[in-house]
Design a protein around this ligand. Structure first.
Ligand code: URA
Length: 761
């Protein structure tokens, strides 16, 4: 059945989809099924009325098996059939004849039909052209329906459509003025001139740990790129390069210029390491600032460019030509960053997070750069010994595996493991829940191990674990000074917790993920004549929950001196005296607090503690009965999210929850405030402490709710304790009630061997 276009040809805005689905076929109207409902909700968030639009599809009948591929001659969908070409022409003809102000191409096939281009994820949000009419490609609503994380992006693109539909005029083209190969004299003159700019964006391009060029932008179309290194050679004479770098260093020291960069940490670490440059007045990091408005969205410059500018996608330029392509690309990055920064500043104000950005996320950049540049010393001898021991045990385990299996089986090879598990051993196939594909990953092996007792599973899991320890931690690439470093990503999570990964030079590893226990932590050493000091926020998330949930019973538990709340909870839940609580019962109570606080369901909790659903439900209910505030708070969060979708933490961080409505979304919202508050408290401690660190004291690592420092070995313990308490025990206020998260402090020469520092302050 043919599903005809709907609406008026004279509409200012047209939506063109790929082809109808079964609902559309049944009802005879485009976009009325699941994808249609998603389209309607995107339209309503962008304040466009569906009735204002003309809506049609490229193909007006449902493809056999809903497979658009049937309209191509080849599998790779490169050669369209005559039928599809005719369908393209039909829609193009209509556009040419009726000249709407704007056509929205909903999906890759429509983009191809109307422009001959593919790659919707790069081009979405750009303003393209068809027969003199503006065209904006957008992600197909049926993809948003399946992958809801694309919804906010679709809404932002639709808001652009709302602005563009009012007039047929294309945005004024950029009047780019890029200086991409200045002479030495021009470079020096230009840098002198840049001292007078109010805002200046900067961006470096790098390869093989070298700075290739540096660009500066001072409007949305004016930039200069200063080449430094190309094709293995310096661009300048040694003397010229020295003079240029000196001039750049002085420029960055100018406190009256407001500097802006995208992912400033990366550039600033390079600039500091390679040229000794310090950026005095960093005014905005667009990536970090954007994250304070849209923590759920991607934050690469390509994405920001698609949201805030009218520039088409340009991020695939590098590598497509000689040096001038790279320099032009560098200029484009700086002007794009400029344009985005000005828009993001408005959004920070509108969303009410400008202060949070300025006082928190922004101030974290410099201390984190210092921590990342410093790195931490590694005990090289011990590392080599551990490496040898693990390697020997892997060889021994591998030999046992070979004799058990009868051939060399590599437990890290998915192909070999699938063959072994499902063809040789004929175990029931385990499939990936999302893709439905056969799986031999760790979860699959563990599930089989639970069902079929066979020592081979343990052997396989142990080999995999040992190899992972070796490759990820023990053999992580050290820098030339024998230290290990990482990157801390301020925008790495939706909650605001930092993420960690290898350093900007691709050395090191995620230092927030070092396994507990002595083995690996023992290789992390203080420098000579220093000792390590680890301060961690004690029972931090549960404490925050007690206050945000306004549960007075739970608050009292935390306020009692020297309180171990898990033992006390265990005593209450199991009806025993505190002294009689076993370590297992304490552990169970700890898990219970976490699960109950975050609204984990009976089923998930029972799996987690390995008991029946009835017992799990009984424990949770007992906890809720003891602390009635928790359940009330869960309901409040649910109501809040339903009404506004926005949550704000006591420190002023905000997040809009764009996800699909349901229990998972509510649980995420419940966990959000405590999780982000704890990491924000620690990070605020880092900001405050780093401004007052006594001579010789250094911050070395951030571990979500703990900070590792080193201090000269002879540092007075009382001084240390007072300093840490003063800067890291931050007073929070929730509905008039004030509280602090106390810190536990440990000290020692290596990370595995630390003693608690207890003095009565
Ligand atoms: N997807 C489309 O592309 N068109 C419809 O009409 C419905 C879903």
């Amino acid at each position: 059945m043919i599903v005809k276009g709907e609406g008026n040809y004279e509409s200012k805005i047209w939506f063109i989809g790929e082809a109808p689905g079964s609902q559309e076929e049944k009802i005879g109207r485009p976009f009325v099924g699941g994808a249609g409902r998603v389209l309607d909700s995107i339209l309503s968030e962008a304040k466009i009325e569906r009735g204002q639009a003309y809506i049609d599809n490229i193909i007006q009948e449902r493809p056999s098996k809903n497979d658009f591929g049937v309209y191509y001659k080849d599998k790779g969908r490169k050669v369209p059939t005559g039928y599809l070409i005719e369908a393209h022409e039909r829609v193009k003809y209509l556009i040419k004849a009726h000249q709407p102000n704007l056509v929205c191409a909903l999906g890759n096939e429509v983009l191809f039909a109307l422009t001959g281009r593919k790659n919707i994820f790069k081009l979405r949000g750009s303003i393209l052209e068809v027969h003199g009419v503006k065209l904006i490609p957008m992600v197909d609503p049926s993809i948003v329906m399946r992958q809801y994380e694309f919804k906010p992006m679709a809404v932002l693109d639709m808001r652009r459509a709302k602005r563009e539909m009012e007039s047929p005029a294309f945005p004024t083209p950029y009047n780019d003025d890029f200086n991409i190969s200045p002479t030495f004299e021009q470079v020096i003159d230009k840098i002198a001139e840049l001292h007078n700019k109010e805002y200046l964006t900067f961006d470096i391009e790098t390869a093989q740990n070298q700075i290739l060029c540096i660009g500066f932008g001072w409007s949305k179309s004016d930039a200069v790129c200063i080449p430094i290194f190309y094709s293995g050679n310096s661009w300048w004479t040694t003397e010229q390069e020295f003079t240029i770098i000196k001039a750049i260093r002085e420029l960055f020291l100018n406190p009256s210029v407001k500097f802006i960069a995208q992912n400033a940490q990366y550039d600033m670490i390079y600039l500091a390491d390679k040229w000794g440059v310090e950026v005095t007045n960093l005014w905005m990091d667009t990536m970090v600032a954007f994250h304070c408005v849209y923590p759920e969205l991607k934050k690469g410059l390509d994405f920001l460019c698609s949201i805030y500018t009218n520039r088409p996608y340009y991020k695939d330029m590098p590598g497509t030509g000689g040096p001038d392509v790279l320099w032009k690309y560098n200029c484009l990055d700086t002007v794009t960053t400029y344009e985005c920064a000005m828009e993001i500043r408005k959004e920070l104000k509108e969303f009410g997070t400008l202060d949070f950005y300025k006082n928190h996320s922004h101030k974290l950049i410099k201390p984190l750069i210092k921590i990342q540049r410093r790195g931490i010393r590694i005990n090289l001898r011990k590392r080599a010994d551990i490496d040898n021991n693990i390697e020997a045990s892997v060889i021994e385990m591998q030999q046992r595996l070979t004799s058990a299996v009868g051939y060399d089986l590599n437990p890290n090879s998915p192909k070999q493991m699938k063959k072994f598990l499902y063809e040789d051993m004929k175990f029931p196939p385990q499939r990936n829940r999302k893709t439905g594909k056969l799986s031999a990953n760790e979860d699959a092996i563990k599930t089989l191990a639970r069902r079929f007792s066979n020592p081979i599973f343990d052997l396989i899991l142990d080999i995999r674990k040992a190899r992972k320890l070796l490759s990820t931690y023990i053999r992580a690439k050290l820098d030339n000074d024998g230290r290990i470093r990482c990157s801390y990503v301020i925008t790495g999570t939706k909650t605001g917790r930092l993420a960690s990964r290898e350093s900007v030079y691709r050395s090191g590893t995620n230092l927030q993920n070092i396994p507990r226990g002595e083995l690996i932590r023992s290789i992390f050493l203080a420098d000579d004549n220093y000792r390590l000091v680890n301060a961690d926020l004690s029972q931090a998330e549960a404490r925050v929950v007690a206050y945000v949930a306004r549960d007075e019973h739970l608050q009292i538990l935390f306020e009692e001196p020297a309180s171990d709340i898990h033992t006390k909870n265990a005593a209450m839940v199991f009806g025993k005296k505190i002294k009689k609580i076993s370590p297992q019962e304490r552990q169970l109570a700890k898990t219970l607090v976490h699960a109950a606080n975050y609204g984990v369901g009976d089923g998930a909790f029972s799996k987690h503690i390995g008991s029946s659903i009835n017992r799990a439900r009984g424990l949770l209910n007992q906890y809720y009965a003891l602390y009635p505030g928790i359940k009330r708070w869960h309901l409040e969060v649910k109501e809040w999210i339903r009404k506004s979708r926005v949550m704000t933490t006591p420190l002023g961080r905000k997040r809009t929850f764009f996800g699909r409505w349901g229990p998972d979304l509510i649980r995420e919202a419940i966990a959000y405030v405590p999780q982000s508050t704890v990491s924000d408290v620690l990070n605020l401690g880092i900001i405050r402490a780093s401004e007052h660190l006594p001579q010789g004291w250094e911050l070395l690592m951030q571990n979500h709710d703990a900070i590792m420092m080193q201090v000269p070995i002879e540092t007075d313990d009382m001084h240390l304790l007072k300093f840490i308490k003063h800067y890291f025990e931050i007073e929070l206020e929730v509905e008039g009630k004030r509280f602090k998260i106390p810190v536990d402090i440990k000290t020692g020469l290596n990370w595995a061997d630390m003693k608690k520092l207890e003095l009565n302050v």
